[in-house]
Design a protein around this ligand. Structure first.
Ligand code: B12
Ligand SMILES: *[C@@H]1O[C@H](CO)[C@@H](O)[C@H](O)[C@H]1NC(C)=O
Ligand SMILES: *[C@@H]1O[C@H](CO)[C@@H](O)[C@H](O)[C@H]1NC(C)=O
Ligand SMILES: *[C@@H]1O[C@H](CO)[C@@H](O)[C@H](O)[C@H]1NC(C)=O
Length: 417
């Protein structure tokens, strides 16, 4: 009697467990599928002979099922041939995952990364949380390739996260969740119980932080961190105490896609896996079937570029109160640009009119980042950068994507993270 009651309870628990698993995943309604295809095609079209190879795009393409097989081949080939020497740990990790997702052997890249992470150490306990984004990717890639060797490194990394006192960063929390979930799932039988408890504890903390960033409309953090957050919440063994409504988040993302918010190829690469019910934990399980082109069904709403002959005025301030006692400056200029121009055009116009507004950019996976203004250059060791604001609100896009409105006041402020 008691035994069968126990059996029944076990069965019930299993059912409860199964239903929590399915509740945290949701899918795109079939009528919205063409929208998802649109952005995938847009992302794949960014792969060209001249573009820097972006491993995140190959990962997304392979997880989603590539449409453009030429682009997939070109990107795989370029990443195979790429030199590991000047890559950061995070870039190396993405390259390893990208090659794995194309069913290629990442070769000695794994052992190079393993060694890099064994020597890794944070500079202090108040390091800005976003500095753990790259190392989180590294733990994830190592976990997928050699979890036993990665275990001590991952444990040290988890303890560093526990000890860190800086404010939570959504994107980083999501990638750390993916990394530690991978480790948690792969702890070898017979190893210390302490590892399991450590990873569970850190995951619990991060997932609670993520849940505080779920907004009423379903967006998690900001729209550009939502894709990674969805991946994290859908795999983590620890779930938020306030249940997450995946469908609501999915609806919010689809609305933003309709509004044209996802056109930067990197932003598409980070949202696409979640739209296809995939996560970075699926990278080792992609099946590389023989080539056959599939033609995607596209939506009938090709994005119309607003072209306008009229000009707008943008007020642009550059402000350095941080570096070089004799170099401090606070200059403002008002420039006229074509309506619909991106912020980069404002910067170019300002530079043309006044040499004090001279600036430089560096190419990254997200596009050009403004690295230097009026001779003051960002520096990773000092953790300095040029932050862009509209009024007092930081922009959530870079200068090559953001479109200013008439009479907007844009400030570039030299600051620290
Ligand atoms: C760390 C980080 C930063 C650091 C990078 C320096 C460093 N050494 O760590 C700092 C603080 C400088 C930074 C700055 C900005 N960032 Co930032 N950043 C990130 C974060 C959290 C991780 C990037 C990373 O380490 N990737 C892993 C490595 C392996 O890949 P990587 O390609 O080598 O990474 C480089 C690029 O990502 C680049 N980068 C970082 N941010 C941005 C933003 C833009 C617009 C560009 C072109 C490049 C760029 O710096 C990285 C290191 O060199 C991402 C989150 C995400 N989801 O990607 C946001 C993210 C990329 N940043 C974002 C934004 C908006 C900015 C700013 C525009 C914010 C602002 N208001 O000023 C500025 C750039 C302004 C400028 N000068 O042009 C957005 C971009 C969204 C979009 N659609 O464009 C993201 C996605 C955050 C978010 N969820 O909103 N960022
Ligand atoms: C910079 O100049 C603007 C006006 O020109 C002023 O409002 C602002 O307080 C100044 N900022 C600093 C830090 O000096
Ligand atoms: C309109 O903006 C362009 C730059 O985009 C500039 O060259 C031109 O002079 C502006 N026209 C007027 C009337 O200000
Ligand atoms: C600009 O940067 C300085 C130096 O970090 C900082 O003190 C100031 O608050 C920043 N201003 C804005 C508007 O963010």
């Amino acid at each position: 009697m008691a035994w069968s009651a126990f059996q029944l309870l076990t069965l019930l628990w299993a059912l409860v467990g199964a239903s929590t698993q399915t509740r945290s995943s949701c899918s795109v309604p079939s009528e919205d599928q063409p929208l998802v295809n649109d952005i995938q095609v847009l992302m794949e079209s960014s792969v060209t002979d001249s573009a820097l190879p972006n491993p995140s795009i190959l990962i997304a393409m392979n997880l989603a099922g590539a449409y453009n097989l030429e682009a997939q081949k070109l990107l795989t080939y370029k990443l195979m041939a790429s030199d590991t020497a000047d890559l950061t740990a995070g870039q190396l990790a993405l390259t390893i995952m990208a090659l794995t997702s194309s069913c290629r052997d990442p070769g000695d890249r794994v052992s190079i990364l393993q060694e890099q992470m064994e020597n890794w150490a944070p500079s202090s306990t108040d390091d800005h949380a976003s500095t753990f984004y790259g190392p989180s990717l590294a733990i994830l890639a190592l976990c997928q390739n050699n979890p036993e060797a990665a275990l001590p490194t991952a444990a040290r990394f988890a303890k560093t996260l526990l000890a860190n006192s800086s404010p939570f960063n959504m994107d980083t929390g999501a990638v750390a969740t993916l990394a530690l979930t991978c480790m948690y799932n792969k702890i070898p039988v017979g190893s210390e119980e302490g590892y399991r408890a450590l990873f569970a504890q850190v995951l619990k903390n991060i997932v609670e932080d993520i849940s505080t960033r779920i907004q009423d409309d379903g967006i998690i953090g900001d729209i550009y961190s939502t894709g990674l957050a969805m991946q994290a919440l859908s795999v983590s063994p620890e779930q938020p105490s306030n249940e997450w409504d995946c469908e609501k988040t999915m609806d919010a993302v689809l609305t933003e896609i309709k509004e044209g918010v996802f056109y930067n190829p990197m932003s598409i690469a980070q949202i696409l896996p979640s739209l296809k019910g995939k996560t970075y934990l699926d990278v080792p399980h992609v099946s590389c079937s023989p080539d056959h082109e599939v033609q995607p069904t596209l939506s009938n709403h090709p994005s119309t570029v607003p072209t306008s002959a009229s000009n707008i005025t943008v007020i642009y301030t550059i402000n350095n109160q941080l570096r070089g006692v004799e170099l401090l400056f606070n200059e403002t200029i008002s420039v006229s640009v074509r309506k619909g121009s991106v912020l980069l055009v404002v910067l170019e116009e300002a530079q043309r009119e006044n040499p004090k507004f001279k600036f430089e950019t560096t190419m990254t996976s997200w596009g050009p980042i403004v690295s230097s203004i009026n001779g003051i250059t960002e520096n990773v060791n000092h953790k300095t950068y040029w932050q862009f604001l509209s009024g007092t609100t930081p922009l959530n896009e870079g200068v090559a994507d953001y479109i200013p409105f008439n009479h907007e006041h844009i400030t570039a402020n030299f600051t620290q993270y």
